[in-house]
Design a protein around this ligand. Sequence first.
Ligand SMILES: NC(=O)c1ccc[n+]([C@@H]2O[C@H](COP(=O)([O-])OP(=O)(O)OC[C@H]3O[C@@H](n4cnc5c(N)ncnc54)[C@H](O)[C@@H]3O)[C@@H](O)[C@H]2O)c1
Length: 380
Amino acid sequence: MKTIRYGIIGCGLMGRELASAMARWCHLADMDVRAELIAVCDRIDAARQWFVERMPSVRQSTADYRELLANPDVEAVYCAVPHNLHREFYCAIIRAGKHLLGEKPFGMDKHANDAITACAAQHPRQLVRCSSEMPFYPAVQRIFAMIESGAFGQIIEVNTGFLHSSDLDPNKPINWKRMVEVNGEYGVMGDLGMHACHVPFRAGWIPRNVRAVLSDVIKERPDGKGGRVPCRTWDNATLLCETTDPRGGEPFPWTIKLQRIAPGEKNTWYVEIKGTKACARFSTKNPKLLETLHYTGGEQCWQQTDVGYEPAFKAITGGIFEFGFSDACQQMLAAFTYELAHGQPLRPAAGCVTPEEAALSHRLFTAALESHSKQATAAV
Ligand SMILES: NC(=O)c1ccc[n+]([C@@H]2O[C@H](COP(=O)([O-])OP(=O)(O)OC[C@H]3O[C@@H](n4cnc5c(N)ncnc54)[C@H](O)[C@@H]3O)[C@@H](O)[C@H]2O)c1
């Protein structure tokens, strides 16, 4: 079986998640290619040590990403570092000849993203993709199939979003994700935005313009050293986009809700599509429930289907069981690894976010910043 040898740069929350996905590769049933983690990089020794102690395949551990990129055995890199480092690290990874699965937002701002997009375009032989795992939930894969078959008819409206309550506690100390200079001006849009754009963008639904309302709910936080500091990142964002479907050309509204302060929500990613022939909705709040409505002229009935463990990349878990966040991360890595080995995704819905889609998200979020500051609709 072909093996793709990976390095991970950024051994934090997401670095560990993707390493775990590689460590349990045997979970995937039919893959003809394997991911193996051989190198890790983090500026914090203890962060790297976690990997070294648990993963015997790791042969290189370094605090300097340049050393990892100089390792000829590393073919592909998963990079999960704070947003202000994306531009430097992603461009260096691509220029070093490695394939890149980079975390969103794929550059702290549009300027950084433009540089990454240009770098990827200059190196077409390398696979460059942006992380976004939620569409790999089996119910969302079914929604993709409905989109591809034209089942919705004319699109009436689309609603997507990602809701957390992780910042509801005003006494939670500030960290890099709440600092404008590290997280970026986008605030919550940089953190959660790409997740909410993945399905509509892959469907070909392109926003023409946006009216955004951004909220800085909690303006000050403990600094973790006994004092308090300003917290200037946008906590919540509501975007209303005028969007077109290439199939019919008719405009429709797409609302995007991105909230770090959404009482009662822990990690709720959702998608809802309403069309003239069918509707569908899914939320990770109830991760195996797919709701659909097929309109054939009679009663309009919402149906509830329990979608079990039926991912794009088959796994050993029985079809009746539940699918979760760690599974979605592994499916995303499988999609990247499959595309690397085969030169194309298994199918469009089972492919990772492309640099073009990431660039479109930056156009949208930059327009949203403009819309909020001018209190007017902005062109995307
Ligand atoms: N796909 C998702 O669901 C998801 C979820 C959370 C975060 N993210 C994204 O993942 C990325 C990282 O987020 P996280 O939550 O893992 O953050 P984290 O803070 O847990 O981890 C970041 C790691 O980067 C390391 N680092 C910082 N500077 C470095 C340097 N100069 N050289 C080497 N390592 C360095 C830190 O020491 C830390 O271990 C961000 O882009 C974030 O938006 C994605």
